[in-house]
Design a protein around this ligand. Structure first.
Ligand code: BG6
Ligand code: MG
Length: 213
């Protein structure tokens, strides 16, 4: 029986994935190249510095460690400029209803995100109160597809991995959930999230009875 639901943040609760894409693209453009939305899929779920490494590889750009840190900071500043404009209206459709249903059913809710900005974002969209536990980029040493973030989330809610369902929009996140022995529901496109147990296009499709499968 499912005791906890673990949610990724970016692209699952809220569509910050588009803001990340915009900010990374600006970085690439300023360094003299571009990348596609298709390539952007690979950036979902992985950390800021890992994302930067991948993008630099795509652009064939070599930087010193200090330069990398400076560009990562610049990207985060651009990203936060977009985040600051966010409102609770940007919570993805069906999310609040589903979280309210979970709460009423006594199912724990945790966040499992690679982001170091997760609390700031949850504050902006007025959703901090829904979460029994928040595990994010500030707490982990190993990023997705390593299961660490979700294993910590399970533990924080007093649940076994087999009692948890993970909601993820990233391939790396689905892999992390599976590596941790959890059920994984993809949020997004079924042709991309092929390793998920099943995929929903959004939370309007999600109901409590779909949790125990
Ligand atoms: C993940 C996003 O949730 O967090 C990635 O899917 C992002 O795109 C990563 O790079 C790190 O986020 P932040 O906010 O710490 O730069
Ligand atoms: Mg995500």
């Amino acid at each position: 029986k499912i005791k906890a639901c673990l949610f990724d943040l970016d692209g699952v609760i809220v569509d910050t994935a588009v803001y990340h894409f915009q900010a990374w693209r600006r970085l690439a453009n300023e360094l003299g190249f571009d990348f596609t939305e298709h390539q952007n899929e690979q950036l979902k779920g992985i950390s800021r510095m890992e994302s930067l490494e991948l993008i630099l590889k795509w652009g064939n750009v070599t930087l010193t460690e200090a330069e990398k840190l400076a560009w990562a900071t610049r990207k985060n500043d651009w990203y936060l400029d977009l985040v600051k404009l966010m409102t609770p209206k940007e919570v993805l459709p069906g999310v609040e209803k589903f979280l309210t249903d979970l709460r009423e059913a006594g199912i724990k809710i945790a966040l499992g995100s690679a982001s170091k900005n997760s609390k700031l974002i949850l504050e902006r969209i007025n959703m901090l109160d829904y979460f029994d536990a928040i595990i994010d980029g500030n707490n982990i040493t190993k990023g997705k597809p390593d299961p660490q973030v979700f294993l910590m989330g399970a533990e924080a809610t007093g649940s076994l991995p087999s009692e948890c369902v993970v909601f993820e929009d990233a391939v790396a996140g689905i892999q992390a959930a599976k590596a941790g022995g959890m059920k994984a529901i993809g949020v997004g496109a079924a042709d991309i999230l092929t390793e998920a147990d099943f995929v929903i296009a959004g939370f309007e499709e999600m109901t409590l009875d779909k949790l125990n499968f």
